[in-house]
Design a protein around this ligand. Structure first.
Ligand SMILES: [Zn+2]
Length: 313
């Protein structure tokens, strides 16, 4: 099976090794902060577990630990269930071996030092590369312009977005399944991200495809003169979220097809988001999202009517 554009990009970025100590540390910090989990179950010997589906990424993490701290992580290859094609690589490190700075993200005392890790330009690039390697993906430009990074919490999202903005990128953030998805939709900006993280081969493929697409689009460009009434759309979003809560309370939500459940969950987490933003997160057209939300609203309406009638004497 040929690799996806995303996997190819990751494989390439996994092979980029910055020359400077500062950048190596920043990249490892990003990988740990995004793909790592600290486990303090055994207070005598807390551990750090880092998981990835990408063998090249696992190799890189291993090399970084070794080069920076002479730590040899324990590596385990886990077979996932049959539905998942890829193996899972799990690296385990004893927290006692780790320098404090790498645990600094959520530690009030260590946080300023942690932020210092990404003060320099060179390190910021390395940090973005590490984050992308940990949880990022990028769509094949033939199909869609979409690059995303998944992070666990607002603190991390804030840090990643600030760095991206330093490079004149304009990421958006949306909640998805309890995580935060930071994403880019602009083809120029996706190109810039690939360039600044060092994916030179991927950027060539990306730019070639982009030129072809631009020529095609130029032929049938339509003037998009849609004017969105923002207040109205926010009201609608809140009403839709209320309908979804109602369906949830009536235990109707779980009976619905996956596509509707997914849309419902996303709307519930983001009542203020526009249809366009929801569509971007779901990889769906605006009208596709609208259609699904309308079906949910109709269902809620029907149930409400039914219960009113049922309550009448
Ligand atoms: Zn650096």
């Amino acid at each position: 099976m040929p690799f996806s554009f995303s996997t190819k990009t990751k494989n390439e970025l996994a092979r980029v090794l910055p020359g400077k100590h500062c950048c190596l540390t920043a990249e490892l910090a990003a990988l740990i902060g995004t793909a790592g989990r600290f486990n303090f179950d055994n207070p005598e010997d807390p551990i750090l577990l880092l998981q990835t589906e990408n063998a090249a990424v696992a190799r890189k993490v291993y090399r970084l630990f070794k080069a920076l701290y002479k730590i040899n992580p324990q590596l385990k290859v886990l077979r996932q269930n049959r539905l998942k094609k890829h193996a899972l690589y799990r690296l385990k490190v004893s927290v006692r071996e780790l320098p404090d700075i790498l645990r600094g993200e959520h530690d009030q005392v260590l946080q300023p030092a942690y932020r210092n890790l990404v003060r320099r330009r060179c390190c910021q690039k390395a940090f973005l590369r590490g984050t992308f390697l940990a949880t990022g993906s990028v769509s094949n430009p033939e199909k869609d312009y979409h690059l995303e990074l998944l992070v666990r919490d607002e603190l991390k999202a804030g840090l990643v977005c600030t760095i991206m903005e330093e490079f004149h990128l304009h990421p958006k953030v949306i909640k998805r399944k309890g995580e935060l998805m930071i994403y880019l939709k602009n083809s120029n900006e996706i190109g810039d991200f690939l360039r600044l993280t060092g994916a030179s081969r991927a950027i060539l493929d990306f730019e070639n495809t982009r030129v072809v697409r631009q020529v095609k689009n130029g032929v049938n460009r339509v003037v998009n003169c849609e004017t969105a009434n923002l207040n109205k759309s926010v009201d609608t979003g809140v009403r839709q979220a209320e309908d979804i809560i109602f369906l949830k309370q009536r235990l109707e939500l779980d009976k619905l097809p996956r596509a509707l459940r997914e849309t419902a969950a996303l709307r519930l987490e983001n009542p203020q988001a526009s249809l366009k933003e929801l569509g971007e997160a779901l990889d769906l057209s605006k009208s596709g999202v609208n259609h699904r939300l309308r079906r949910l609203a109709e269902l809620a309406e029907k149930l409400r009517e039914g219960s009113e009638r049922g309550a009448a004497p």
